[in-house]
Design a protein around this ligand. Structure first.
Ligand code: SF4
Length: 76
């Protein structure tokens, strides 16, 4: 599921801590890297996330909503 299909832009979309996880059946999940060692952050936060104390802006857009879903870099 893309962030946009989940209900609009999410803070996770531009966060350095998010990771895209794809199941063997092709389902896509967004995993929060901050869940490791900090129980305040769910491993798979319900999307969209509108407020988050752990958000850190990613240095570049990683194209997480790109049509091919590969998370490519879109701009420098
Ligand atoms: S720290 Fe917050 S904004 Fe960043 S990936 Fe985790 S839940 Fe999303």
């Amino acid at each position: 599921m893309s962030f946009l299909r989940a209900g609009g832009p999410s803070l996770c979309q531009g966060c350095v801590h998010v990771r895209r996880v794809e199941s063997a059946k092709g389902s896509v999940f967004w995993m929060c890297g901050r869940h490791v060692g900090d129980p305040r952050f769910p491993k798979y936060p319900p999307q969209p996330v509108r407020a988050c104390s752990g958000h850190s802006p990613a240095p570049v857009s990683r194209g997480l909503d790109a049509p091919d879903g590969k998370g490519r870099v879109e701009r420098e």
